[in-house]
Design a protein. Structure first.
Length: 655
């Protein structure tokens, strides 16, 4: 049996200084693990393992690090999430994505596997085989349905509650009890709204349902208990905001909701159901609650991780035991921390810690002994003492809107008047750059560049109004925010005004090409990776417009296709006066390669120097290591010609 020694670290010290060529292989190498969770007995750990074009699950026995079970499916298929449903059984949720940068989309398939048995079993999904119809309780439903986990029912070793939906977009979902051994399902309640999610109380009773139809208007429903009638308690169409549940108090009297506000960040509100009163128990001045924190070995929310300038834990009771535990762990590790799982006694905690220069370490913490032991590192070959650091920044856009972001500078550099790469994030709506290890920013810093990342309007993390401010602002105020941040960084002395380029992926690629079209004197070059350059084409090609909800999204967030040609880089090539690098994949469903080919043709017609790299078998972000290596090698060479930074080290060269 193969052994995985999680504690072993092959320490390759990758320097952030720019005195040597960049070792691209260190940056494209897959994480050892992504997520790790402890079994209820503490006997096993389960971990997701990223491979080239899929993600597997490995289960290891803690006593000897022996792998006792593993699970994986085919190309482009990923273990999207997993949960221990009993002492030895893991339930697995499957997702698909076509390209490294794409987010996995759930397929609705659920599998289960025992920690000590290498025989996975499908519970629900299109690959399941039925075992006969005609009874209310079925095993492995033959019809085309999908499901996601709602409640693991910690006191039930066999069953969980799942959200089940049928084929087609206009679907009403139902909550059902699923037997994780046989696949048998028992209906519990139907949702009053299409495409909904469910939430249960601490007794496993479904109490909330929320979702939206093709109009993308969210509605929240509540019922008092088993057999109760649904009643609407919040309507985005009337209130202009969204609310959703995050948990219940231990006695189920209080429901905790994350509540959007007309202005400012989201809040966590305690709703006393019987009295019908509300009280804000958590709200940061800058950023939204990003991840709800639960009391160890329970489903009771106690606080939230907030990603403001840097991650911090905030609690409903700032002096309570949960707050003291988290703050003591933060002090001990000297970093942000998150308790990812616990054993069922609540004494043994699996803790993730990370910084801007450390992709993440996992530790087992024994509360009674107050002792931590290292389990694994995501990228053990990086030395955090030699990686670059991300400095939080705050500035004002030209219309007075406050913007937040980060500047990452080469380790050991003077930090002033540097060549700079501006790197707008993808998405764009609801996505954001955060204080964490960013592989591209680290690679560029290692090449000698300052890297500017700004959360322009439309980004997530700063409340509903900030996100809504980006609606229909492709090429407008969203682009102005990137411009304003670039000029601010130059004025502050971070960057040499004569050596600034702009580079991004997906929406970031659009912003890069729009940047050099709108501001021809500001940037020396532009690079776009799997980008969108012809906005009207989004309404006729790509996967967003495949559904009615996607079409609504395009109209509301991108705009009227008849008006979008004027903010499409493909039509502005004559305004671009600097070299351009384009890279794309032929299997990209989100940003089809036709965008890049049209952009290339327009640039060549305008006499703009353009370099391209196309791989017909790649999707939204390159999977294959050889293709990734070639892409980053060409990107670094391209930037070096305009900015003077370091190129990539030749493949196979010694460090």
């Amino acid at each position: 049996m193969k052994k995985w020694n999680l504690g072993a670290a092959v320490l390759l010290a990758v320097s952030g200084a720019a005195s040597a060529q960049v070792d691209v292989d260190a940056y494209i190498k897959k994480d050892q693990f992504t997520d790790i969770k402890l079994s209820p007995t503490g006997e096993y750990i389960a971990a997701t393992v990223p491979l080239e074009d899929r993600t597997m699950l490995a289960i290891l026995r803690r006593s000897d690090n022996a792998m006792t079970a593993k699970f994986g499916l085919g190309q482009n298929t990923h273990v999207q999430d997993f949960s221990w449903s009993s002492d030895k059984r893991v339930v697995i949720e499957i997702g698909q994505k076509y390209g490294l940068l794409e987010r996995p989309q759930g397929t609705g398939e659920l599998y289960a596997i025992d920690a000590d048995d290498n025989k996975p079993q499908i519970l629900i999904g299109y690959r399941a085989e039925g075992s006969g119809l005609g009874t209310r309780i079925q095993t492995r439903k033959a019809e085309l349905v999908g499901a996601s986990i709602v409640d693991l029912l910690p006191n039930d070793e066999r069953n969980i509650i799942v959200n089940v939906w049928g084929a087609g977009e206009a679907r009403f979902t139902s909550a059902e009890r699923l037997d994780t051994t046989t696949g048998g399902r028992f209906p519990l309640v139907k949702s009053p709204v299409r495409s909904s999610e469910f939430a249960t109380d601490n007794a496993g009773v479904v109490r909330f349902a929320w979702g939206s139809a093709s109009d993308n208007v969210n509605k929240l429903y509540y019922r008092d208990g088993e057999g109760g009638e649904w009643r609407m308690v919040h309507d985005e169409g009337q209130a202009g905001t969204i609310e959703w549940p995050v948990g219940f108090s231990e006695d189920n009297r209080i429901a905790y909701l994350q509540v959007q506000n007309p202005k400012g960040p989201d809040a966590i509100v305690a709703w006393d159901i019987a009295a019908d009163t509300r009280k804000v128990v958590l709200q940061d001045a800058v950023a939204d609650p990003a991840e709800i924190l639960y009391r160890p070995n329970s489903q009771v929310p106690v606080g939230a991780l907030v990603r403001g300038e840097k991650p911090k834990s905030v609690f409903f009771e700032p002096e309570g035991a949960d707050a003291r535990l988290y703050h003591s762990l933060e002090a001990a590790f000297g970093s942000a921390v998150l308790i990812t799982s616990t054993d069922k006694t609540g004494n043994l905690l699996l803790v993730k810690s990370w910084t801007d220069g450390n992709p993440g370490d996992f530790y087992l913490f024994d509360k009674a002994a107050k002792k931590a032991s290292h389990v694994a590192s995501r990228k053990a070959w990086f030395d955090p003492d030699k990686t670059a650091q991300a400095e939080p920044i705050t500035l004002k856009a030209r219309d007075g809107l406050t913007l937040h972001g980060y500047i990452t500078r080469p380790r050991g550099s003077a930090g002033k008047a540097l060549p700079m790469v501006v790197m707008p994030h993808g998405g764009p709506f609801g996505e954001e750059d955060v204080w964490a290890f960013d592989t591209d920013a680290q690679m560029l810093a290692a090449a000698g560049y300052a890297v500017l990342q700004v959360n322009f309007r439309g980004s997530g993390n700063y409340g509903r109004a900030f996100r809504q401010a980006g609606a229909q602002q492709w090429g407008g105020t969203m682009q102005d925010d990137v411009t304003d941040a670039t000029k601010w960084a130059i004025q502050q002395g971070y960057a040499d005004a004569s050596r600034v380029c702009i580079y991004g992926a997906s929406y970031g690629a659009y912003a890069a090409l729009m940047g050099v079209a709108k501001e021809p004197g500001l940037y020396k070059c532009a690079a776009g990776y799997v980008g969108i350059y012809d906005l009207p084409m989004m309404f006729s090609g790509g996967d967003i417009q495949d559904t009615l909800g996607g079409q609504t999204y395009l109209r509301e967030w991108v705009g009227d296709p008849a008006q979008l040609s004027k903010v499409s880089p493909v039509n502005l090539a004559a305004q671009i006066k600097v070299p351009v690098f384009l890279a794309a994949g032929g299997e990209d469903k989100r940003a089809p390669i036709e965008h890049s080919r049209k952009m290339e043709a327009a640039l060549r017609k305008a006499g703009v120097p353009v370099q391209t790299l196309y791989y017909p078998t790649e999707g939204h972000g390159f999977y294959t290591p050889d293709h990734q290596r070639e892409y980053y090698t060409q990107l670094l060479a391209f930037l070096s010609r305009s900015l003077g930074g370091q190129p990539a080290k030749a493949a196979g060269a010694q460090p």
